[in-house]
Design a protein around this ligand. Structure first.
Ligand code: ATP
Length: 645
């Protein structure tokens, strides 16, 4: 019931369509029973005519023709009303489906990292498709059929009672059985349906992860294992689906049996009435015919009761699963302390005694730090030491557990989330590219001002669809950003240049190209604060130094957080911090840290040694190489520019 309450606001958006549709169903089901009445009248009239009794002359040819016309008109009327039903209820259900899908997407887009850290894409996709379809079927075809069953029964029994109440009571004998069976069925379906949908979700998630991770699956040659696991999951789905179907199968047969019982009762009891064997309850042949024809019309509604109960249970089960999405709340959002007057930021960042705890585990521990606007902070430290989460706190991907972070003196929790994020560009450790052109990927963060948040719970019939905006990317900006990110040269060599289409998540680019496309995207945004999270790990040191040089030209007045493991990345930063186990364990300039002889100095020494060793190896190879390659010894290839992922 609770679930129905949450669905009703959507149904109310199309109240008139559902009311018109329901009235049309009622009308159609009343009209469809009129032919039985006309035929009954005709039979009685003809029988009297056949008797040849002048006192009861029976039916004239004109009356017979009128009754025949009545049959035709009633059929046309019920057919026309069915068209109205389709155009109202079925249309309304499609529109409701659209509105729920639109609102679900908007709601999901408003959820934060905490939700998506745990959600499985395949499961969400299954809810947005399979579950939403089940809800649409329930409110469309399902509600239509409910109205059909109710109106068929009401109108039929009205006729039955008007013909003969005793015969009607005989038919009613089967109804307690029907109600009992229905209650049992509804309970069974609701118990069995949700586990089946959960398995559907698990299968979708498995398929989605396999397709997204196809390179890993193939790289480890574990296709057969994955296929076997998929098969097991499918077998389980079939088992659960059959378990559900097992309730429905016998039901159809059972309802047919009950229908047969009703016919037998009418035949035996009605027949006795026609023969005059039931005192005080006469029945004419025409009335008997009308009774049986009306009963015949009840066959489909009766047989479909099981299917409808099933559809409603599935729909409500699916709606409950969609409700779980609507019930999820973003932990990070604008609230009472948000100051809407903050529109611009300069980029002065202060961490004041910041701690962060994830599921009882402290990942940042009393961090205090000041990054003046326009300065570059280098962040390094062992893996898992808290570098990424430290930077994520500025964009409020997650909020501090203790202490505060201030940008330009404002606590980040008081800056409107949109303003905050519009002023920051992040190049994450694992860049995400869209299956679009390189130009569109670089320009992804631009052209964001024309869109307003959508109004939810609003009828699609009263909203004008947003104008299709196919704004071409600002190519000057795209090229400049690509130049700075060290990507331009390679893109110019692609046959389609910036119009090159990327595969899903940019898989058709090398790891380094992907990183630099993501970097270009961030630079194109022209942010006040730029966060580069280990975002040059897949490019060689030479390219990296070119990119850093390019960045320095646009860095003026921009605050940059540069996370990295290479001293070459960090050495030009104004200030460098070394993190360990969520704490800042060293800080200072490159020279100060080298002089301090701690972790940073160690790192520098190791990387210098490695680089010296590489140089020595290369010289040795060059010395040993013949001056001219023979066919058997191909010329040494240049070192790969980038680490392929
Ligand atoms: N969403 C999360 N839920 C729970 N723990 C998390 C989450 N994100 C990060 N952590 C934990 O926080 C700690 C710091 O992670 P972080 O990603 O900041 O490390 P890092 O220093 O950037 O490491 P790396 O150099 O490997 O990228 C890790 O122990 C990690 O397991």
């Amino acid at each position: 019931m609770n679930n129905f309450k949450t669905l009703s606001p959507y149904l109310r958006l199309h109240r008139n369509q559902y009311i018109v549709g329901t009235l049309a169903v009622l009308g159609a089901n009343a009209a469809v029973l009129l032919p039985a009445y006309f035929i009954g009248r005709a039979i009685d009239g003809l029988r009297l005519f056949a008797d040849g009794n002048p006192a009861t002359p029976g039916l004239t040819l004109m009356q017979l023709a009128l009754l025949a016309l009545g049959v035709i008109l009633a059929t046309v009327l019920s057919g026309s009303l069915m068209v109205v039903v389709r155009r109202s209820i079925v249309f309304a259900s499609r529109q409701t489906e659209y509105e729920i899908r639109r609102d679900l997407f908007a709601h999901l887009s408003g959820l934060d990292k905490h939700y998506f850290d745990r959600a499985r894409t395949g499961d969400l996709m299954n809810r947005l498709t399979g579950d939403l379809s089940a809800v649409r079927e329930m409110i469309g075809f399902g509600s239509w059929q409910v109205a059909t069953v109710i109106s068929s029964f009401v109108v039929s029994f009205a006729w039955f009672f008007s013909i003969n109440w005793r015969l009607t009571l005989a038919v009613l004998v089967v109804f307690p059985v029907i109600i009992g069976v229905l209650m049992y069925l509804s309970r069974q379906v609701s118990l069995r349906y949700v586990p089946m949908q959960e398995q559907n979700s698990a299968i979708s998630a498995k398929a989605q992860e396999n397709f997204s991770g196809a390179r890993v699956v193939k790289g480890y040659a574990i296709e057969d294992r994955e296929i076997a696991e998929y098969k097991v999951m499918n077998t389980e789905l079939i088992r659960r689906a059959l378990f559900l179907n097992r309730v429905e199968g016998p039901l159809f047969a059972f309802m047919s049996l009950l229908m047969g019982v009703a016919y037998v009762l009418v035949l035996l009891y009605g027949g006795r009435m026609i023969l005059g064997l039931v005192p005080g309850s006469p029945l004419t042949l025409g009335q008997f015919t009308q009774f049986t024809l009306t009963l015949e019309r009840l066959a489909w509604p009766m047989l479909s009761i099981g299917m409808i109960a099933n559809m409603l249970q599935r729909g409500m089960g699916s709606w409950a699963r969609l409700q779980e999405i609507f019930a999820a709340r973003a932990r990070v959002h604008d609230g009472g302390r948000t100051d809407p007057t903050i529109h611009t930021l300069q980029g002065d960042i202060r961490y004041e005694d910041v701690s962060l705890t994830f599921e009882g585990r402290r990942v940042l521990d009393h961090v205090t730090l000041h990054i003046p606007a326009g300065q570059t902070l280098g962040i390094t430290g062992p893996t898992g030491s808290g570098k990424t989460v430290l930077s994520q706190l500025i964009t409020r991907l997650t909020d501090v557990s203790e202490g505060s972070i201030k940008v330009d003196g404002h606590d980040v929790r008081s800056i409107p989330v949109r303003t905050l994020r519009e002023n920051i560009a992040v190049v994450p450790q694992e860049p995400f590219l869209f299956s679009d052109t390189i130009a569109s990927n670089v320009a992804f963060g631009l052209d964001n001002d024309h869109y307003q948040p959508i109004e939810t719970l609003k009828s699609v019939r009263h909203t004008t669809p947003p104008e299709a905006r196919d704004v071409p990317p600002d190519m000057d900006r795209v090229r400049r950003a690509a130049e700075i990110a060290g990507l331009a040269g390679e893109v110019d060599r692609f046959p389609l240049g910036y119009d090159t289409m990327l595969g899903e998540r940019g898989v058709t680019l090398s790891g380094g190209q992907r990183q630099r496309t993501a970097l270009a995207r961030a630079v194109a945004r022209d942010p006040r604060i730029l966060i580069l999270d280990d975002s040059m790990s897949a490019v060689d040191t030479e390219t990296e130094s070119r990119i850093l040089q390019g960045l320095r030209t646009v860095q003026e007045g921009r605050t940059v957080l540069l996370i990295g493991h290479r001293v070459s990345t960090l050495r030009h930063a104004d200030h460098i911090i070394v993190m360990d186990a969520g704490r800042i364990v060293e800080q200072g300039s490159h020279d100060e840290l080298l002089a301090a002889g701690g972790h940073y100095a160690d790192l520098e020494r190791k990387q210098r040694l490695e680089s010296d060793l590489d140089d020595t190896d290369e010289t040795a190879i060059a010395d040993a190489a013949p001056t001219r390659p023979t066919p058997a010894q191909p010329a040494p290839q240049p070192a790969p520019q980038e680490v392929k992922r």
